[in-house]
Ligand binder design. Structure first.
Ligand code: RUB
Length: 329
């Protein structure tokens, strides 16, 4: 039997590329779900062929968006099951399905736990600013609201993808009073803000946070105004390879997302650049809220070593350890 590009894997990869599935946590869960369904539907009997097919599918998914470290981390986390000693395809499939279900469950409960951790930082009467559309950051706001804390929110528009619309819909549905502002108005309003809470696509070993473009400008304005800047990030968004000094690639998308082709073609001397993430240095981050608790950015290495299982000197020799609060442990 030859490799047939699995529909669900290619569909999911396309949706991630086109940002129909977006947000670091959702991307990770969608990729793992596609891999599980692919594995379930394969009818191969030869273990080497099965492993090869799964590895091709994993590569295809990982290649979709370069910045969200949650994607390769999640894929490696489940794929490592297949590098263990296994003697039959049916056992491999069972163990793989179990690892996928475990990852999805762990990832969802991490968001809930981050919500509880983050909600403790939001107090009555406060004004919180959020940027983009982060499940983890929003869960902090929703949890605080469920606990009866009265606060208001500034939510940014998030050009060019307008993810702010998703955010204000969620906040509106929850009944949280929110003011919607354009990205460039952040510094204007910062003096009224008590706390910024954003999500993350990746966190590097030195505690630098990669998140939606504009986040680092918001951090700068928060720093200037002495406003606390909090990041909500599951441990599987921490980037082990940054221990080796590897940089996290910043995705640059097509300029037509910023300036429609119909206009661009009338302006032949104009080039559009569209980086979609930026890096906030650790000096501007007060706390990173993970499912293991809130940590200062300087503790990012501990998360990579103790919760993801990578250590300096270990590269190449080890794979990821299971996440500690794995639903099946
Ligand atoms: C999404 C974004 C989010 C992080 C965290 O960017 O920057 O803040 O992914 O989200 P895009 P979550 O829309 O380009 O994917 O907490 O949901 O994982």
């Amino acid at each position: 039997m030859y490799y047939v590009q699995p529909m669900l894997v290619t569909d999911t990869a396309e949706k991630i590329k086109k940002m129909e599935i977006r947000g670091a946590g959702r991307i990770a869960r969608a990729a793992v779900t596609a891999l599980k369904e692919h594995s379930d539907t394969l009818s191969l009997k030869d273990l080497a062929e099965y492993r090869k097919e799964m590895s091709n599918a994993a590569d295809l998914l990982i290649a979709t968006r370069p910045t969200a470290v949650s994607l390769p981390n999640a894929v490696h986390l489940v794929m490592r099951t297949l590098s263990r000693e296994i003697h039959s395809v049916s056992t491999a499939k069972e163990e793989f399905a179990r690892a996928c279900e475990s990852f999805i469950c762990t990832s969802e409960s991490a968001v809930q736990r981050i919500g509880e951790v983050g909600a403790r930082h939001i107090r009555d009467g406060e004004v919180v600013l959020t940027h983009c559309n982060s499940e983890a950051a929003l869960e902090c706001l929703l949890d605080a609201h469920r606990n009866g804390v009265n606060f208001t929110v500034y939510a940014t528009e998030v050009r060019p993808g307008n993810q702010g619309l998703l955010t204000i819909k969620i906040l509106n549905d929850a009944g949280i009073p929110t003011t919607y502002i354009v990205d460039s108005a952040v510094r204007y309003f910062m003096k009224e803000v008590d706390r910024v809470i954003v999500g993350a696509d990746a966190v590097s070993v030195n505690g630098a946070v990669v998140n939606k473009i504009g986040t680092s400008q918001i951090a700068l304005a928060a720093h200037e105004a002495r406003t606390s800047f909090l990041v909500a990030a599951e441990t599987y968004k921490f980037a082990p390879r940054t221990i080796l000094g590897e940089f996290i690639e910043i995705e640059e998308r097509d300029g037509s997302e910023v300036l429609p082709d119909t206009i661009a073609k009338t302006l032949p001397h104009i080039t559009v650049r569209n980086p979609v993430f930026d890096v906030t240095p650790p000096e501007y981050v007060d706390l990173i809220m993970t499912e293991e608790g809130a940590i200062p950015p300087q503790m990012a290495y501990i998360i990579i070593r103790d919760y993801l299982g990578w250590e300096i000197g270990d590269f190449g020799a080890r794979q990821f350890n299971p996440l500690t609060n794995n639903c099946f442990n």
